[in-house]
Design a protein around this ligand. Sequence first.
Ligand code: PRP
Ligand code: URA
Length: 212
Amino acid sequence: MTAQFENFNLIDHPLVKRDITVLRNSSTQPEIFRAAVKRISNILAVEICKDMPVSEFKVDTPLETTTGYKIQHEVVLVPVLRAGLGMVSGFLEIIPDAKVGHIGLQRDETTLQPVEYYYKTPKNIDVAKVILIDPMLATGGSASEAINYLKKRGVKKLIFSCLVAAPEGIKKLLELHPDVKIYGAAIDRELNNKGYILPGLGDAGDRTFGTL
Ligand code: PRP
Ligand code: URA
């Protein structure tokens, strides 16, 4: 379902709503938090793959030859470190042959600007279908920086997937990268003066890895 933003596909599903609630709850412990992130990531991956073109090939069943299908383009998942790592296993369960690149970005807590510290992406990423993964789209600075990096490497088929998005971040991506479709599980109200999403779920990296 497309929500009020033309670039944003909101996954409107009871199981996603239930698990987003688990994530929002401040008493949810990291183990339960990670399990809920994984389940939502499964559903996001299924939804994202819905529009992927397939190629046909011949497959031999035990009885005869018939038409088989495979996803046409190689898929590369690119989590933004560190919180994006929590979504990778859920995506890989659905797209097991995907390759995984990594982009290390950390928001400077004062300026809210992304600071880069690591990049490693597979060869031939320019012809792959790339799914950039980060649970939080807040100001949009980190996602936008990661997209710039991928575009510089020739990536053309690019999707951004998150759990919770703020209107400010969605608008920024629409302005800077109108060609990138976003798939997400919730659109929240606003950012606070520290750049945190309200109502949100807090710091996704800290809640995933228990570093609060
Ligand atoms: C979080 C989140 C995004 C970023 C979003 O990462 O995972 O990468 O903030 O904020 P933005 O849209 O305003 O850029 P953080 O910088 O906290 O790093 P971490 O994953 O290492 O905790
Ligand atoms: N990053 C997070 O982890 N949470 C927010 O609310 C905003 C940015």
